[in-house]
Design a protein around this ligand. Sequence first.
Ligand SMILES: [Mn+2]
Length: 639
Amino acid sequence: MDFLLLGYNLFVCPIGDGYVLDIVNVQNVPVPNWTLAKMSQKETSPKGQNSQIFQNPFKNFSKYDTIGENLYFRERKMTKKWQVYETDETKVKELTEKYAINSLLATILVNRNIVEEEQIQVFLHPTRNDFHDPFLMPDMKKAIDRILQAKQRKEKVIIYGDYDADGITSITVLKSFLQDIGMEVDEYIPNRLEEGYGLNKPAVKTIAEQNYSLMITVDCGISAVEEIAYANSLGIETIVTDHHEVGEELPKAVAVVDAKRKDNTYPCRDLAGVGVVFKVIQALSQTLHLPEEDYLKYLDIVCVGTISDIVPLVDENRVIAKLGLMLIHQTKNLGLRSLLLSSGYQKIDSNTISFGVAPRINACGRMGHAEQALKLFLSKNIQEVKELTTILNEYNRQRQETEKRIYEEAVAEISQKHLDQKNTIIVAGENWHHGVIGIVSSKITELYFKPSILLCKEGKVAKGSGRSIPGFDLHEALMKCPNTIEKFGGHSMAIGITVQTSKLENFNQEFEQIATESHIEEIKPIIFIDGKIELVDLNKQMVESLKQLEPFGEGNKTPIFVFRHLKIDSIRALSEGKHLKLTLKQGNTIISAIGFNLGQLAEEYRIGDKLDIVGMLEINTFNGVDSLQINIKDMMGAI
Ligand SMILES: [Mn+2]
């Protein structure tokens, strides 16, 4: 018999060799993550019959106990895998004693393999002396020589950039610095909607017609082999500064400064485009014997580009981010200060940059007006800065609105056609804005935990973007569809794609088959957990000490802990059912917890229930009183 027919789900938790059963009305349960399973007679005898989570709507449990081998039930499959680091405890002990740090902080350092004295010092207390020698970058000397030649000859120089936050900050820093040393310099930013990313020949032609003799690329150029050859033929010399992967052939430029070159010996390969620019101005400063301040003063802008580009915040990127954030607090850049204020964040950290600043800069490019963001960062006029901030906020609002509309259309189609039952999601719509289709694809992938491709139909072709889940190489999968795809590019997690509208259906089937054959359904999202915590061992100072690990971000995630067997002392939904607020007890220790967007769980649990929770530790200040709080990432009933 199928319990679904009764309109009920049966939750089953293994306890020893028995089970605790919990029958809950379907309406209260997020259904998709439950699967039908079969249980034998023996296993149906539940040890936990009187368990608190047992709630039998049919009053008499034995009714089910006798169904025997034919009993079908729905078994809770964990939606996310909780993976706890196997921390080397002897190392933790060693670190706590040697460096007088608490075990919580030591655990994180050990998990991240930061265990040597120098590593710990640079990680916790980076200084300006921790930047690498810029001349270790490939072709740096050649680039500096050519730039200084242009300075001496008073050549007209143009910077060729990109429309995203990394590109815009790259131009800001290089242009400002070159102007500081007395050079005449302009910039070219391709239009995202009309030209797309990177160099293009018509742009190069326009530049040539305006008598520039030196072009410096920032955040692009490494793959522009043809365009740079074309520039050479028109009498423009090029210096490439980039951080993208290198293709088969290097462009024939005067210098190619990119730490991803195969012959690279630079210690940090993962700089953002603006990080590479920072190395260029550092090298220029050193060559010209300028005071350190002359290039260090741009660390605020370099930090914004670095965090926005989601490069791993370790090694030199961490030095940039940590020192840069300190500088941002007192930034002299009017545009940045104005953007920070208008984003409404109370404190400035990596989140403020990622969610407050970066989207506002990127929105300009997405809407086809990247030059406005650059203008904001370069402006010295307070009135103009105010106006530009309003414009950026308006583009951001338009971007959000467009994104929401496409998202809602896509989700409606997915549920109508039951696309969430498949292993992959492809949705094609009309009049979907190219500047935001990629963000929506990310959201769809996050919602369903499946690779998604969103396409916009434009007559004979459909163009769009796709995103993947960790463990499924989207680029590799698309390589297997040469007959149905017109063209595509990108990497394992994100791609851009063009398909002929007439071949959409075939592509859809082919892509689904590839994912199915690779057993994609076995991939589960994983939460990496730094350690298990007993509330009694925890105190405010320990949580406070974790701040030394900031800034958090890619490559240096906020520490996550697991707390087991916490008894619910109070539970309620906040903000019209949106969020979840709990107080939890373990022994005599009590802690509060907040679950953003988990409000629906307020109905599922009751006071006295026991929970296992994974989440971040925070210090919450309310009415001037500090208290510890768990910010919940995932939770389930404790067994
Ligand atoms: Mn970049």
